[in-house]
Design a protein around this ligand. Structure first.
Ligand code: ADP
Ligand code: G6P
Length: 502
């Protein structure tokens, strides 16, 4: 294990998330079920937490009821990923009829909450049957969660289990979990963490069932978001929509005779693990010694601003032709939510755009854009991070963005430059990055030029400070801060992480 977490939890933990940290797939040759890794911020951050706390994880395995019964396979012995330590006994798979799951996941989570919470309401669909499916599926998660709590209570009779709900898929499960536990006489603590932004009241009120949703979240004792702005948006919505008494200083919301605490908990990465990966990773093959790489790593998602980024790169080549044959844009995009129309359209747009730019600028020995549409291993990712001159992390909106942090951790050689969008949660704390508005194409291209030509002294200084902050505030720090916020930290000598002011 490269990244040992210091877990000081006083309570056994049940993590409840839409996904397990892997999907289960049938191997066509052997007929055996196997684990396959998933990409995404939630899995990256939470998987090591469950492994190290020896907790339970309730989530979807990628299989539906129609696929038949099967056991959760153990990790392959060669698996070096952070989830390899998760034993099958720690996993409680959610299996539902495909139609119901699809209405909940694609119909509501991906088509309603994802765009709405990223403040892109024009892309959001509001359909009552999908919302109904969402509520039913949350009810099913609640039932399985309580079964997990019962299991934990049997093995740990003297402690109060901690139920930790994750993300926008599970905003309506808390009240049912609470009622069911009450009926069984089981005491629990319950927390919710949102991995995406929480939008302002102006956006939230577009959702026709916003009151029910807010009450759903308030079923927890403690609610966490990445940054203070999202906390304040949530508190504002509770006050304006539900008429709750709130305290913005202390970040408290009163609801149904209970007080719910709200916490800014900036998520992070297993920093040391990425350093070790980068120290061992093989060299990235370049056209020549001098070639500079600009790097993008994202799920293929419209919130990531991929089209804006590639257009800015085109402008760079046009305005600064000295970069032709010397600079290559390497974009790694992992397929995501491929059943949703918006994602299929984005894929086509990007294919076309990249094809056009490569056609326009390529020379016999060089093409401006290297594009990988697929998942790459963490070892390969670490090599890309280490050997790139510039990471271009420019989402249109993003809860936090872990790629920015992974890049910084992997800068163990010649220091590179981080370009970062102020519309990512990471933009509120990573001050030494070059901040760039992804909508402003000409300026974007100029900042790319500045990053590519930045003197070594300046790169070194910026990167040193970025690395120092991320090393101190890694995923372990996030977990400790969370445990403290729910009063489950055994050793209380830690100051929880508030982001440094701008
Ligand atoms: P999101 O949660 O929206 O996907 P984040 O930047 O917070 O965005 O997290 C993305 C995670 O997925 C990171 O840990 C990153 O390393 C991983 N990832 C993204 N793209 C790929 C890829 N093409 N191959 C492998 N992992 C990827
Ligand atoms: C983001 C969300 C996660 C989600 C991930 C991948 O990180 O916050 O909840 O798991 O994207 O998306 P997917 O729909 O494939 O789970």
């Amino acid at each position: 294990v490269l990244n040992k977490m210091i877990v000081n939890a006083t309570s056994p933990m049940v993590v409840v998330a839409n996904r397990l940290p892997f999907i289960v797939q049938k191997n066509a040759e052997t007929g055996q079920f196997e684990r396959k890794q998933c990409a995404g911020g939630l899995v990256t951050a939470v998987a090591p937490v469950v492994v190290e706390t020896n907790g339970l994880w309730v989530g979807w395995s990628g299989q539906h009821l129609e696929d038949g019964e099967h056991d959760i396979p153990e990790a392959n012995p060669n698996d070096r990923s952070p989830t390899a330590g998760l034993k099958s006994r720690q996993v409680i798979p959610v299996r539902l009829p495909q139609k119901q799951f699809d209405d909940y996941y694609n119909g509501c989570c991906n088509a309603t909450f994802w765009p709405l919470f990223h403040s892109m309401p024009d892309r959001a669909l509001f359909q009552s049957d999908k919302w109904e499916a969402y509520r039913q599926v949350n009810e099913h998660f609640a039932k399985l969660t309580v079964e997990a709590v019962v299991k934990l209570a049997e093995t740990n009779p003297n402690s109060v289990p901690l139920v930790w709900l994750h993300d926008y898929h599970l905003m309506m499960a808390a009240n049912s979990i609470r009622d069911r536990c009450d009926r069984l006489g089981l005491q629990i603590k319950m927390a919710f963490f949102l991995h995406i932004p929480f939008p302002s009241w102006d956006i939230m009120r577009l959702f026709p069932w916003d009151d029910e949703l807010l009450q759903g979240i308030l079923g927890c004792d403690s609610v966490g978001f990445h940054v203070e702005d999202y906390c304040l948006n949530f508190i504002d919505c509770c006050q304006r929509r539900l008429g709750c008494r709130v305290d913005r200083e202390q970040m408290l919301v009163e609801h149904n005779g209970r007080t719910v605490s709200v916490h800014p908990l900036p998520i992070s990465i297993p920093y040391d693990r990425f350093v070790s990966l980068a120290e061992k990773a093989p060299q990235v093959v370049k056209n020549n010694e001098q070639e500079q790489l600009l790097l993008g790593v994202d799920r293929l998602d419209y919130t990531k601003g991929l089209v804006h980024r590639i257009r800015a790169f085109e402008t760079l080549l046009q305005k600064h032709p000295e970069h032709i044959e010397h600079v290559t844009f390497l974009q790694v995009a992992v397929p995501s939510r491929t059943d949703v129309k918006e994602y299929q359209e984005l894929k086509e747009d990007l294919d076309q755009l990249i094809g056009r730019i490569n056609g326009r600028f390529s020379t016999p020995n060089w093409s401006p854009i290297r594009y990988i549409y697929g998942c790459v291993s963490q070892e390969q990712l670490a090599a890309f991070y280490r050997d790139s001159s510039v990471a271009v992390v420019t989402p249109l909106r993003d809860g936090m963005n872990l790629v920015a942090k992974e890049f910084v951790a992997c800068q163990v050689g010649e220091p590179g430059v981080l370009m970062l969008s102020p519309f990512a949660g990471a933009g509120t704390s990573m001050h030494e990055a070059l901040l760039v508005n992804p909508y402003e194409t000409d300026e974007f291209a100029e900042v790319m030029h500045r990053a590519l030509t930045m003197p070594k002294d300046e790169r070194e200084l910026r990167m040193q400070q970025l690395r120092h902050r991320e090393r101190e505030h890694d995923v372990n720090f996030w977990l400790q801060s969370f445990l403290k916020s729910v009063d489950c930290l055994a050793d209380n000598n830690l100051t929880p992480g508030r982001l440094l002011p701008l």
